[in-house]
Structure formats: structure tokens, C-alpha cells
Write a new protein. Structure first.
Length: 256
């Protein structure tokens, strides 16, 4: 019942994160981490990872392309690096486009927009949302994205210049060239099962809003030492993730 209750909001959340969320309740029942892993596996409740990369950007255009400024750079506080990406939800015949802007340090989604097309309007709306929510506009902020025409167009570039955001772009087409953005896209799209509701636009819009709120405020992140993105967004300083190798081994054993 406890697992089912959490998965009502986060349908495909993994066992490690379930343990973190349910820690206090499980402790009362004398259920430790290893025992929960065994229970999940015995009841065939493991979550299989889904990795599918669908290319949306059109990088063959006349607009200026910039250098990748974040290679080897690790953010140590919020609003140092924002990463952006677009993913489509639904079948090729009937789909919507979800634009996300994520803070690379906290993994918090700071801006988003759901659109019917790949025009620049969707990414501009996501950027406006992110800018409105900034903590400190005086900080230097690098905005990183792929070379899609939506990001390179004059309207988007003018907004970045107006708000003093430094531009950074991917220089290859590999999925991991924009790894954080790709990862967050996958979480929102797959863990929250948005594809199931892609046929009804009104339902999908409400579900996207609810999923992002749940992701930001309830879902713990391994890379943030199991903090939620909202909590992490209020912390300054490098977070040292404990037992990362052990955790990765556990995830591999249960097929997560």
C-alpha cells in the first residue's frame, strides 16, 4: 500500500528513491533498504529503464552557433548553468512538444512549456518562466542548449542578451552532449507516463504541470544526495554523494 500510494504520483519511481521517501514508515516496520529491494523484486514491482532518443532539433540554419562553455564545468550553486531541451510526447501523427529548462546544479525545472509545434514561441515561453523565477539576477548564468533553430533564432538570442545570459551550445549530436537536459526530459516523460495521456491536450497540460511540481518538490535525486530539486535549489556548495558505487550496484541487481 505504501509503495502504491507513492506511485500514484510517481508511477515509475525506482526502489532506491522509494526507500528514501518511505524511510520513516519502513523503519517502524523494521524494513531496511535491502529487505525493501527483496520485497519489490519478489512482487515483480521493479521499474525497467526506458532509453529512447528522438531527435527534434533542426540545426541546419543560417543563425550563429556558439561554443560549448560547460565541458568539464561543474555547477556549485543554483543559477550558474541552465540546460534546455525539447522532447515530443505522443505518436508522430498526434503529438505535442515539451520544452524544459533545468538548473544543472539542483536539477530543478525552472521553466517549461507545452506546444503543438516546434516554433520558437514554446522555448521563449519556457525561458520567460525561468527568468521570472530567478533568485538573483546579478549572478552570471550560462544558458546551454543544442543547436536547434528555436534556440538560435533572433528572438531567443535577443531575450538572452536582454537578461545578460551567456550562451553555450552543444557541438555534437550525441544524446549525452546535453546529458542533464536529456535525463530530466526522460524522467518527466517516462516516469510520469505522459504518453498515456497524449491524445487529450487539456488533460496533458494539467498532467505536465502536476508532474513537474511533483518532480521538483517530492522526487529525490541521486546526484543531489537524495535531496529534492526544490531543496537542492536552496543549497550552495558541492554535494558529495555517498555510497554512489554501492547504490549503482544495487540498481543494476534489480534491473533498475
Amino acid at each position: 500500500m505504501m509503495v502504491a500510494k507513492v506511485r500514484m504520483y510517481m508511477p515509475k519511481i525506482g526502489t532506491l528513491k522509494l526507500y528514501h521517501i518511505l524511510h520513516d514508515q519502513l523503519k517502524e516496520l523494521h524494513v531496511g533498504r535491502d529487505k525493501l529491494f527483496d520485497i519489490i523484486k519478489a512482487n515483480h514491482l521493479e521499474v525497467k529503464s526506458i532509453r529512447s532518443y528522438k531527435t527534434t532539433p533542426n540545426s541546419h540554419h543560417r543563425f550563429r552557433k556558439h561554443k560549448n562553455l560547460i565541458v568539464g564545468v561543474k555547477a556549485t550553486s543554483p543559477e550558474q548553468i541552465w540546460v534546455s531541451d525539447i522532447t515530443y510526447i505522443g505518436s508522430r501523427g498526434h503529438h505535442s512538444y515539451l520544452s524544459l529548462i533545468t538548473d544543472a546544479y539542483s536539477r530543478k525545472i525552472v521553466g517549461y512549456n507545452l506546444s503543438d509545434n516546434l516554433g520558437a514561441e514554446g522555448v521563449i515561453k519556457a525561458l520567460k518562466m525561468a527568468i521570472r523565477g530567478r533568485i538573483c539576477e546579478k549572478l552570471e548564468l550560462i544558458h546551454h542548449y543544442d543547436r536547434g533553430i528555436q534556440y538560435c533564432c533572433d528572438a531567443y538570442q535577443q531575450m538572452l542578451k536582454k537578461h545578460n545570459l551567456t550562451v553555450s551550445m552543444t557541438e555534437s549530436y550525441a544524446p549525452y552532449a546535453n546529458a542533464i537536459a536529456e535525463r530530466v526530459n526522460g524522467i518527466i516523460k517516462n516516469e510520469f507516463e505522459l504518453e498515456k495521456y497524449a491524445q487529450n491536450r487539456n488533460v496533458l497540460e494539467r498532467l505536465v504541470k502536476s508532474s513537474i511540481k511533483t518532480y521538483n518538490e517530492m522526487r529525490p535525486h541521486l546526484s543531489c544526495n537524495m535531496q529534492t530539486p526544490k531543496s537542492m535549489h536552496q543549497i550552495i556548495g558541492e554535494i558529495k554523494v555517498r555510497d554512489k558505487k554501492e547504490i549503482a550496484h544495487k540498481l543494476e541487481l534489480i534491473g533498475y
